[in-house]
Design a protein around this ligand. Structure first.
Ligand SMILES: [Zn+2]
Length: 266
């Protein structure tokens, strides 16, 4: 079993129950857990996004927000700090333009076969890793996703999350985490979505365990005594993602409509 965030110490069935209370999702999750145990290689992973991943035209800008730990609200007039950022010049949507075609090819090469129903969850051909909140990232509630990724993608997510937190601190900030908004989607858990748009879903990289979304409009501020501007947080995250992309670790699309970086491990 692999655990990229050992301080949590949650693995297996317990974590599955903790993740989602919906009975339907529990069944799917348990099936995946069983499959994972059968393959004796599991521990973390997954989620999903609600739409296709093709670049969308400029849409209504998502509303930025900083998610604060409950009970740690910043003071009313808390100063918003600025940190140095070094992202390469240019608009982010012109920088991160790796197409769905490219990402889908990497997803099929590196991921497991899409989970279309309960039966197929028992037949995963690759090890999976369970993804849960840790110092490097926090998971948004995901109704149509499973918290699993293949190991390569799980490592990439952890690397990006840790690099982001470390960079914030290195530049004078305090504790921040990225937020993961989508992981691995199954046809089973999004059957309603399938009925609505079967083609879009069938082309989603999120079905292969290789792909995740990181928000650029929501960040976790773990120390409200030092709030950083959303623009700087976004640009520092972009730097970190850019670095991994330059190293050939991933393909990236800057999603304007969903307010996220759509990332596929390669
Ligand atoms: Zn996505």
């Amino acid at each position: 079993m692999r655990d990229l965030c050992p301080q949590r110490g949650i693995t297996g069935i317990q974590a599955h129950y903790a993740y989602n209370k919906k009975e339907e999702m529990q069944k799917t999750i348990m099936a995946v857990a069983a499959a994972a145990l059968m393959w004796a290689a599991a521990s973390c992973g997954g989620g999903s996004d609600e739409s296709g991943s093709a670049q969308t035209a400029p849409a209504a800008a998502p509303q930025p927000q900083v998610v604060i730990d409950p009970g740690k609200a910043p003071e009313a007039n808390a100063k918003v700090h600025s940190l140095p950022t070094h992202i390469v010049p240019g608009r982010l949507r012109d920088i991160f333009t790796d197409s769905n075609y490219l990402q889908l090819r990497a997803a099929k090469a590196n991921g497991f076969d899409p989970i279309v129903d309960l039966r197929s969850a028992y037949n995963l051909k690759r090890p999976i890793v369970k993804i849960h909140n840790c110092d490097a990232y926090a998971l948004d509630p995901m109704q149509h996703s499973l918290p699993y990724l293949v190991p390569k993608a799980a490592e990439l997510l952890h690397t990006i999350g840790k690099a982001f937190s470390d960079t914030i601190k290195a530049r004078g900030g305090k504790a921040y985490r990225i937020r993961v908004t989508s992981l691995t989607r199954t046809d089973y858990s999004v059957s309603k979505l399938l009925k609505r748009n079967r083609n879009a879903t069938s082309q989603s990289c999120h079905r292969y365990g290789t792909t995740f979304d990181i928000s650029w409009i929501k960040f976790d501020c773990l120390d409200p005594s030092f709030v950083v501007s959303l623009e700087d947080l976004k640009n520092i995250l972009a730097e970190v993602v850019y670095d991994q992309r330059q190293k050939g670790k991933c393909y990236v699309m800057f999603e304007t409509k969903q307010g996220c970086f759509h990332i596929t491990a390669r």
